[in-house]
Design a protein around this ligand. Structure first.
Ligand code: MN
Length: 201
């Protein structure tokens, strides 16, 4: 077993229907997420080999591969936990107050994260993150899994905008998929992550 392991889904494949099909979740978790876990472990092994041989000729590519796969593993692990069959609606408490303070209103935040996810060029994510230098929430539009990110920010809520996240069900209509995502957001999970980030955990 490598350093990284594939976590079980916290619900059945079909638990998020009709918003996300069981077929999508099965392929997305068992194939795509699993590939990032395997890729992260393989990159670590190849870096260990390079150190043993004192041969860093492939280092640049390996570092990029490591960042891509570890970040893919991190964001997918977050993504599964960010969703729930009992999700949807909107947050309350400290998280709701922070969203209103940082985005003006829940509607303002909703619009920005929807746009960030819908307007990804190529593959990427729309992410709500806690930015510790300001102590504020920001929306990030992540390229692939690891680009266009503010250093040190902690992802709290991630919407996967890769085609593999929706194409089997929504075909080319990414806006309908993003609309459906809001129906399964597990705000309790997001609020717990926010509290932990604010507390420095
Ligand atoms: Mn994905």
């Amino acid at each position: 077993m490598g350093v990284y392991t594939l976590p079980d889904l916290p619900y059945d494949y079909a638990a998020l229907e009709p918003h996300l099909s069981g077929e999508i979740l099965e392929f997305h978790h068992d194939k795509h997420h699993a590939a990032y876990v395997a890729g992260a472990n393989a990159a670590l092994e190849r870096l260990a080999e390079a150190r043993d041989k004192g041969d860093f000729g492939s280092l640049v590519g390996l570092e990029k591969t490591l960042a891509f796969n570890v970040s893919g593993h991190v964001l997918h692990t977050l993504y599964w936990q960010n969703m729930s069959p009992d999700g949807g609606d909107r947050p309350d408490g400290d998280l709701a107050a922070a969203i209103e303070e940082c985005f003006g209103s829940f509607e303002g935040f909703h619009g920005q994260l929807t746009a960030a996810t819908t307007l990804v060029q190529g593959s990427g994510w729309g992410v709500l993150s806690y930015e510790p230098m300001s102590g504020r929430l920001i929306v990030e539009q992540v390229y692939d899994h690891h680009g266009n990110v503010a250093q040190g920010s902690t992802p709290l809520l991630a919407f996967d905008a890769w085609e593999h996240a929706y194409y089997l069900q929504y075909r080319n209509v990414r806006p309908d998929f993003v609309k459906a995502m809001w129906n399964v957001v597990n705000w309790q999970d997001v609020a717990a992550r926010y509290a932990a980030a604010v507390g420095g955990r």
